[in-house]
Write a protein of this length. Sequence first.
Length: 206
Amino acid sequence: MFWAGVIEVIDGRPFARYMREEIFRPLGMIDTGFSIPEDKQDRIVSVYTTRNGEMKPFDEQVVAEQASNNFKEWWKLDADKIALGGAGIISTTYDYALFLQMLVNKEQLNGQRILGRKTVELISRGVYSQGAESTTAIGLSVSVVVNEKGHYRPDSVGTFVGGGYFYTSFWVDPKEQMIGVLMSQINPSNSQVGGNFKIMAYAALE
């Protein structure tokens, strides 16, 4: 990703190291990074895909067919030498929840301020939509709810949503001071689990 290179030039540190020292460690995200240490590799979950209506392992054959430009076993590479800036961060549900909690908690967590208030506002501001009647807009790598009229989901205006390659998803609802994280390990997926999970979470609000 272009901005990763900009950070390396301005800061002088490898992008992975910058992220580790400025974001992950201050937030306590001890299991998050661009690579996985050898002593933690046994914790990697298996990933799957659907082929001919059946669930199959997401193996090297699938990688060659669906993600031929990716490095095989890239999580074993030296992240300080090569980090996939547009993708490739590996994390856990708990760790990622810490990051989201920072976003909804006035940009800080456990006394650590990571981002400025206006930066978070910019993330949650829709900058492009398909028209005045559109209920969502594109933000900074997220989808933002901008119009409740016709938006038949429980998210508040200002909620921003994102996801990852293996059907992982998250949302941050600043109005409700609420976050949600769903981690899965399948690609592609037409599952409704994510939507149902969100509906149940909002239904629990008092």
